[in-house]
Structures are given as structure tokens and as C-alpha cells.
Design a protein around this ligand. Structure first.
Ligand code: NDP
Length: 335
């Protein structure tokens, strides 16, 4: 059984020396277990985080000397679990190795698939990521502009095509002319920009004359810089990944923005800007009704800091900016 284990924790970009190939005897399934032979192994960006001691934020890292983790399409080659028969293909988490044992609970039978490897891509985790992230969080509407980077990758290629299905205008960002051509000619994107060419900011602005309504965040970095000034009112940003920063996430060294993205993603934070002026028409009557009742019942306490005399207003205002007020400042101008 060939296994690729984690030999060292990478500093920055992983190198070949961080991995180790060894060969072990093929394990024997115990009662209730199946022996899996890996047919396809998925490689995904999150694995970079798994190489760090702390993991990517939602799972602990791989232990040194252990096989790298990973989703697989595997064939059952021996079974001591009545639910699985020899020859059956399953979606599994066998990791970077030829053979693995499983207790069955993490296996999904694949049935007959013409292209079983798709269970690791467009019909599997990355495709599902695109589907949920774009449709449930991005909510693209016909005529809106959707921007996605890593546009020809596992997630981005599906994001862009789903956005087209929903009637949006799609601008991709990808590395290199060949990927950009593919995004437009094969995937049907309206435009695709090469982030390795200079002046991405100006080119993105030109490609998005109506601004950006959905930015599907896959990379962070310079792409995010270029996107920010173009975001429209009520734009949506599904925070899916930030691969431009994955090699700099290690403890203490990540910049503030990387920390923010990492936290929003790992904690599934919903962050939404709002300006209260937008909500008077729909929510003010409810607010007045509820608050009046809660104040009458003594369940809400309101503290006022009353300043006497209009001439005191400047000093009171300066004090407010410095924390010298205590409660809501109002100036008693006249009795
Ligand atoms: P891809 O197939 O898109 O491969 C990664 C791509 O990222 C590369 O091909 C490259 O594309 C791009 N890239 C790498 N470094 C940079 C950089 N510095 N700046 C810009 N682009 C860069 O991977 P996936 O589709 O599997 O993943 C895409 C994103 O989705 C990742 O951030 C991943 O972590 C995230 N993800 C999140 C999930 C979740 O549950 N939140 C689940 C699955 C994926 P190019 O050459 O075009 O720039």
C-alpha cells in the first residue's frame, strides 16, 4: 500500500520535501469494515490548510507522519460489511494512498456513473460548493453582474455557468490567456480577465460598466482589491475561499484582511452592511410598537445624558467623541 504522508509542516508554499512516500502492507478488514482501493483522489485547496498544525479553521490539521487526507472514488475490494459488495464504487475519504479501511459510515455508494471522477468535481463537493454559494448566498438575478475568480477551476467554472443559467452577466478572472479563452469560448462567460496581466483594477472596471452585484470570493488578494470599488448597493459576497493567502495563514503572520476572511469563512459569519434610512418604510412602525410596550413594562431601560443650554452643544459633542457622555446625549435648549 503506497501512502503519501505529511513529512513536515510547510513554511509558505509546500515543497516536495513536506511529503513522504512509503509502502506498507495492504491492511485486512476487520468485522464490519471494508477494504477500499482508490480509483481517483481529489486534490483541493483546503488541503494546504490541513498541512498546518491548526488546520484550515474548521478541522484539525493532519498529524505528521499520517497520510494526507482527501476525498476519493474508491472500489470495494473486500467487504466484511453486508451493506457493501466487492466491485462497488463508493465516494470515500481514503486519503492519499492506494488502499484504506473504512467502517462504512463515511461511504456513499456511487451506483453506475459514466464518469465516476465527476463525483469529486462538478457532481461532488466543488460543484455543490458552487451551487450553494452562488444560488443560496449570492442570489444572482437576471441582468446582474457576477464576478468569479479561479474561473476555470473546479468551483469557479460551475459558479460562472450557473450564473449564466440564472440570466446574469458573468465576468471571470483567471491566470493566463488560455484559461481566459476557455472561460469565454467553452464555459460561456461574457468576459474573462487575466490576473497576471497588469492593471487588473482598470480592466475589471471596464468589464463591469454596471458595477458588480455578486462577487463569489475564491481568492482574496489583488482580485478583492479590484472588486471592492465596483461593488453595487446591496451586492452579495459568498465568502468561499481565499487561496491567494493560503500560504501565509500560519499563526501570527497573516495580515488583518486575511484574518478577517478566514474568520468569516471558518465561523460562517454573516456580515451585512446596512443604513437605517432604508428601513423606515418597512420596519419603523413595528419598532415603535414593540419598544413602547417594552419601555412601559420596564423591560428596556433608557439612560439619557441631558446637557443644559444650546451653548453647551459644542463641548458636549466633543465629549461624546471622547466618551465623556453617559447615555444618549440630548441638549435641553428651552423649557
Ligand atoms: P481550483 O480548481 O480553482 O484551483 C485553484 C485555482 O486558484 C488555481 O488554478 C488558480 O487559478 C487560482 N489561484 C491560486 N492562487 C491564486 C492567486 N494568488 N490569485 C488568484 N488566483 C489564484 O480550486 P477549487 O475550485 O477547488 O477551489 C476554489 C476556491 O474555493 C478555493 O479558495 C477553495 O478553498 C474554495 N472552496 C471552498 C469551499 C467551502 O466549503 N467554503 C469548498 C471548496 C472549495 P488561476 O490560474 O485561474 O488564477
Amino acid at each position: 500500500n503506497r501512502r503519501i504522508t505529511l513529512a513536515a509542516r510547510p513554511q509558505g508554499l509546500p515543497t516536495a520535501r513536506d511529503f513522504h512516500l512509503d509502502t506498507q502492507p495492504i491492511p485486512e478488514p476487520a468485522d464490519g469494515q471494508v477494504l477500499l482501493r482508490t480509483r481517483f483522489l481529489s486534490l483541493d485547496p483546503y488541503m494546504r490548510g490541513m498541512m498546518d498544525e491548526a488546520g484550515p479553521g474548521y478541522a484539525p490539521g493532519v498529524r505528521l507522519g499520517q497520510p494526507m487526507v482527501g476525498g476519493t472514488v474508491s472500489e470495494v475490494v473486500a467487504s466484511r460489511d453486508p451493506r457493501f459488495e466487492v466491485g462497488q464504487f463508493v465516494l470515500a475519504n481514503a486519503g492519499w494512498q492506494d488502499y484504506a479501511l473504512s467502517g462504512g459510515s463515511d461511504l456513499t455508494p456511487l451506483g453506475q456513473m459514466a464518469r465516476p471522477s465527476l463525483a469529486l468535481g462538478g457532481l461532488g463537493m466543488p460543484g455543490f460548493t458552487a451551487y450553494v454559494g452562488l444560488l443560496d448566498i449570492g442570489e444572482p438575478k437576471p441582468g446582474e453582474t457576477v464576478v468569479v475568480a479561479a474561473a476555470t477551476g473546479a468551483v469557479g467554472s460551475v459558479v460562472g455557468q450557473l450564473a449564466k443559467l440564472k440570466g446574469a452577466r458573468v465576468v471571470g478572472i483567471a491566470g493566463g490567456a488560455a484559461k481566459c479563452r476557455h472561460a469565454v469560448e467553452v464555459l460561456g462567460f461574457d468576459a474573462c480577465l487575466d490576473h497576471r496581466e497588469p492593471d487588473l483594477k482598470a480592466r475589471l472596471a471596464a468589464a463591469c460598466p454596471d458595477g458588480i452585484d455578486v462577487y463569489f470570493e475564491n481568492v482574496g488578494g489583488e482580485v478583492l482589491d479590484a472588486v471592492l470599488p465596483l461593488l453595487n448597493l446591496h451586492a452579495r459576497i459568498p465568502v468561499c475561499g481565499f487561496i491567494a493567502h493560503y500560504n501565509e495563514r500560519d499563526a501570527g503572520t497573516a495580515d488583518k484582511r486575511t484574518q478577517l476572511l478566514a474568520t468569516v469563512l471558518a465561523r460562517r459569519v454573516r456580515m451585512q452592511g446596512f443604513i437605517i434610512l432604508d428601513h423606515y418604510a418597512t420596519r419603523f412602525a413595528d419598532f415603535r410598537r414593540d419598544m413602547t410596550q417594552w419601555i412601559d413594562e420596564g423591560r428596556i431601560v433608557l439612560v439619557e445624558d441631558v446637557v443644559d443650554g444650546l451653548e453647551q452643544a459644542p463641548e458636549a459633542f466633543i465629549g461624546l467623541l471622547q466618551g465623556r457622555n453617559f447615555g444618549k446625549v440630548v441638549v435641553r435648549v428651552a423649557d
